[in-house]
Design a protein. Sequence first.
Length: 216
Amino acid sequence: MNKDRYIKAVTKKLKCSYKKKLEIKRELIADIQSALDHGEEWQQIMERMGQPAGMASEFNENLSKEELKAYKWVKRVKVIAVSVIIIALIGAGINWIQPKTVAIKDDSSFTEIQVIDESKEIIELLNQNNYEEIQNRCANDQIKEALTEEVIVNAKEQIGADWGSFQDFTSIYTAEIKQKNQKYAVTEITALYENRSVTFTISLDEDMLLVGLYMK
């Protein structure tokens, strides 16, 4: 295995954000280059560092809780992306390609504050049982048919009959999903009510219109 393949193999097994992966990759390249400059052969360096999986494991063990939490969120949102984008693209007959997920703060397609504010407004509409306005914010007729009042009410009842009054938002994560030429903002918000907490996953297109709503 040559140097480039080794670095790629290590990076692939890192459980952190894309930004952190780049940081670790640069650090690894610098360490290897320093060893080469001091006369070590690549084979010696690789034997000292060990297998890529082991090296990645060492990096993962030193990651902060915030990095691990962000990684888990990105993994979850990739699964969510599949259902969201299929709903949005079925009518158009677009061929499926695995979506790419990036942090909104690392990309200029969406403004994180705007995405969060819009997502909070949708939750407030749900709290007010204002299903007509939710329909008005849907991206197209297909989404409207998937998010009727009956569907949303049934989904809320499956979580619990009496949520109690809304208290506060306790956690918020955002990400951008890219599928071909389409981009979507996905927000996961946990809302605290008197009798329970509910996690909402809200997906918006580039016009800030609703393309997906999930709650658990």
